[in-house]
Design a protein around this ligand. Sequence first.
Ligand SMILES: C[S@@+](CC[C@H](N)C(=O)[O-])C[C@H]1O[C@@H](n2cnc3c(N)ncnc32)[C@H](O)[C@@H]1O
Length: 273
Amino acid sequence: MNKISNRVDNTFILNFQKQKIKTDLKRNVLSQMIKFFNSNQRFLKLKFKNDNLNRLYNIKNSKKFDSKENMLDGDWSNVEQAVNIYHLLTQAILLNIPGDIVELGCYDGTTSILMQKTLDQLDSKKIIHVYDSFEGLPEKSEKDGDTVFYPGSCKTQKEDLIQNFKKHKTKLPIIHEGWFSDTLPKGLPKKISFAHLDGDFYSSILESLIYVYPNLSKGAIVIIDDYCDPKIHDVNNILPGVKKACDEFFKDKKEKVGVLLAGGETHGYFRKL
Ligand SMILES: C[S@@+](CC[C@H](N)C(=O)[O-])C[C@H]1O[C@@H](n2cnc3c(N)ncnc32)[C@H](O)[C@@H]1O
């Protein structure tokens, strides 16, 4: 465990980023990556919702692809993010980090289905807990800056989440419906091995970190969706409040958030020391 540090992982990621691969080559690498990933997976196949992208990346022609398993909705997460989540969750399981899995801001289940399929693949009995208002995003603060998202964005219904899990023939997670301020204080597992924080706004991410952090086992991995460091990520910072919440929270902590490459999307992660 000691050998795996944020510093080592980030060095690899940053070196890769610095290579400034040309767009055509990136496209090619991504297409190869998805084909390799899909042909080696029995439980989890990746595909874009947007068929133009599937054609662009030659995914449609893959004989191994099961068209029913449309894991990515093309709106909230992309293939690179899915692959990052898959590999980091796999690490948490294979390193036997104690505790269950949580997703704060689950919407209609794209990521939590991916996580359950990863658990199934590794025959893990860990339980997934998901949290959402099912009212969309809360009020935003001035820390959220210039963002197109507004209170009520990303609203879905609990029933849609349940139907999506059923469609994928995947075990239902434990669903905690309500605002984080109501559900997190008493509704989190005592030990957490992996968390996906996807609440979008400054207050939601700060609240998620405040409640999740004390329950993380040593070595637990936390991915923070939409974490964007403009010095490193060369894309639009669509939710600037996310990094502000992390900067504030980690000011007096040993851990630091590292960036993850995710094509046109951004996310970051840390490992509990
Ligand atoms: C971008 S969506 C999540 C997407 C999801 N992780 C996926 O992969 O499909 C953000 C979600 O966070 C929820 N959310 C944000 N802030 C919240 C809060 N303070 N309390 C409860 N839910 C919240 C919203 O309702 C919304 O469904």
